[in-house]
Write a protein that binds this ligand. Structure first.
Ligand code: HEM
Length: 518
């Protein structure tokens, strides 16, 4: 008799000897009919799936979200009809995965890198994924550049090392990235752990209310634990002892009942081009100034449960920017638009075409879901098709099978017209302003660490690159450029004399008008 501790094969056959293969005689050979051995070894051969092409190293936790029902001092329903944000007294189950970006699956968690902050709200109206980072901005503002950027940041295809010159070679050609680099090379590039860091959706979304009216918005997570970052020196001391310190910190705190908590906030701006601003609100290399667009609290998230199994939950979890609920919509942010294809595309490859059937990715039990999607690798259940098991199409003249949902009173409809083309942004003059402002508002120890880190990197780069990087930093803030130049040992006057980048206006100058290149 088997009980629930008896080892079996996947077919349910008790395993009476797990120590020896079946062989002809004591010294072999082995036989091919040895099903128990074949099942075990062939499954083992397939234990790995491809790691995420970015954000491969991660840790996850379960928790819940609770809305305040307000956005700042106003009812949340003024801005959105998403029930997850308007209804109070509901604990929406959540799963969160934190990560680093460029390193491989078992790389050190002390690396200088943005930290991923991917959140899955399992709402009663379906899933909502907010796939964010700890820093509130990004390196680039057009999705077509992402593969080039990641190639430059990942190991060199020849040496298989992350080479500083490849990173700066890409950065030097992209003035819009200097703001992000200023954050990243400061202590903010190495959060002390996953609990003591902020999160941000980074890209611009829309909130839509019951009247079908939209506002632009940004989402942010503010940790109740506070923010703590590390200098390079502190990080290397930790790395010498533990390459998984952030995973351990998250696991240890949650299992000890010290549940991390974040306040969920939004920034709101009227929809439209907002031409009076010096930056484009759809440009994710810029922050929305918080004195003009304050962070308005909308709810809180608590993480209170560690995964039962790392692979089933953390590794197979799949987040995507396309996964929105009614009342939250896409803006025309070009990064958001590009990202939205990329996530589900890679997940169909990485996990498989039925990745959404896995419990970690499927909607919560209380949320009814039913599709006419069928079959494919690893399909393990069939959605209920109404009263008929035969009708897996829609509509049915006989009125069987699944039916379309009722329309909401006011659908949100965006009016769009324009010439199809590949455009360069017109409001580029401010690519340095926020970087300079950040440099000036860092505390002294943060600014010193930033400058030292840049000096250390640029000393390993060809002089032409170091000169151009100093030119960028000098355009952001003269003291910034001067200190880096002195530390690297290059001539500041030579850097200042460089011409603007080919095809780019001089810093401080706007492009004359819309430029579309083909
Ligand atoms: C993961 C693409 C920009 C945050 C990924 C993955 C891809 C990807 C393919 C792997 C997903 C998987 O295997 O499940 C892109 C593209 C981008 C972009 C094409 C730009 C056009 C960003 C930005 C952010 C971000 C701006 C921050 C707001 C993340 C996070 C993950 C991730 C947090 C890990 C999700 C997880 O924990 O499973 N991205 N990404 N990405 N990306 Fe992006």
């Amino acid at each position: 008799m088997s009980d629930n501790r008896t080892l079996t094969t996947r077919q349910g056959h008790p395993v009476r000897d797990n120590q020896s293969m079946r062989t002809v005689g004591e010294r072999g050979p082995a036989t091919l009919e040895n099903y128990q051995f074949l099942e075990k070894i062939t499954h083992f051969d397939r234990e790995r799936i491809p790691e995420r092409v970015v954000h491969a190293r991660g840790a996850g936790a379960h928790g819940w979200f609770e809305a305040y029902g307000k956005i700042g001092d106003e009812p949340a329903s003024k801005y959105t009809r998403a029930r997850v944000l308007t209804e109070t007294g509901v604990k929406t189950p959540m799963f969160v995965r934190f990560s680093t970006v460029a390193g491989a699956k078992e790389s050190p968690e002390t690396e200088r890198d943005p930290r991923g902050f991917a959140v899955k709200f399992k709402t009663l109206e379906g899933n909502w994924d907010l796939v964010g980072n700890n820093l509130k901005i990004f390196f680039i503002r057009d999705a077509i550049k992402f593969p080039d950027m990641i190639h430059a940041f990942k190991p060199d295809p020849v040496t298989n090392r992350q080479e500083p010159w490849r990173f700066y070679d890409f950065i030097a050609a992209h003035p819009e990235s200097i703001h992000m680099v200023t954050w990243l090379k400061s202590p903010w590039g190495i959060p002390a752990n996953y609990r003591e860091m902020e999160g941000s959706g980074v890209n611009t979304y829309k909130l839509v209310n019951a009247q079908g009216e939209a506002v632009l918005c940004k989402f942010h997570w503010q940790p109740k634990q506070g923010v703590r970052n590390l200098t390079s020196q502190q990080a290397s001391e930790i790395q010498g002892k533990d390459v998984g310190h952030a995973t351990r910190d998250l696991y240890d705190n949650i299992t000890a009942g010290n549940f991390p908590e974040w306040e969920f906030c939004v920034q709101i701006m009227p929809d439209g081009p907002n031409d009076d601003l010096s930056f484009d609100p759809l440009d994710d290399t810029k922050r929305w100034p918080e004195d003009q667009y304050p962070l308005l609290p909308v709810g809180r998230m608590v993480l209170d449960r560690v995964p039962d199994n790392f692979f089933a939950e953390v590794e197979q979890s799949a987040f995507g920017t396309g996964v929105l609920v009614d009342g939250i919509d896409f803006s025309d942010d070009k990064m958001l638009q590009g990202r939205t294809l990329s996530y589900s595309d890679t997940q169909r490859y990485r996990v498989g075409p039925n990745y959404l059937q896995l419990p970690i990715n499927a909607p919560q039990v209380g949320c009814p879901f039913a599709t006419n999607q069928r079959d494919g690798q690893m399909a393990y259940y069939v959605d209920r098709g109404g009263e008929s098991k035969h009708v897996n199409y829609e509509p049915s003249y006989l009125g069987q099978g699944l039916k379309e949902a009722e329309h909401r009173a006011q659908e949100y409809r965006q009016f769009i017209e324009g010439h199809l083309g590949r455009y360069k942004p017109t409001r580029v003059s401010d690519d340095y302003a926020q970087a300079g402002e950040r440099y000036r508002t860092f505390q002294d120890w943060e600014r010193d660490d930033l400058v030292n880190n840049l000096i250390g990197d640029l000393k390993q780069c060809p002089e032409a690159l170091a000169l151009r990087m100093v030119w960028h930093f000098w355009n952001a803030d003269e003291d910034y450029g001067r200190r880096v130049a002195e530390g690297v040992g290059i001539d500041l006057e030579k850097a200042k004399a460089l011409a603007p980048l080919p095809g780019q206006p001089a810093p401080g100058e706007n492009r004359a008008g819309p430029t579309y290149t083909d």
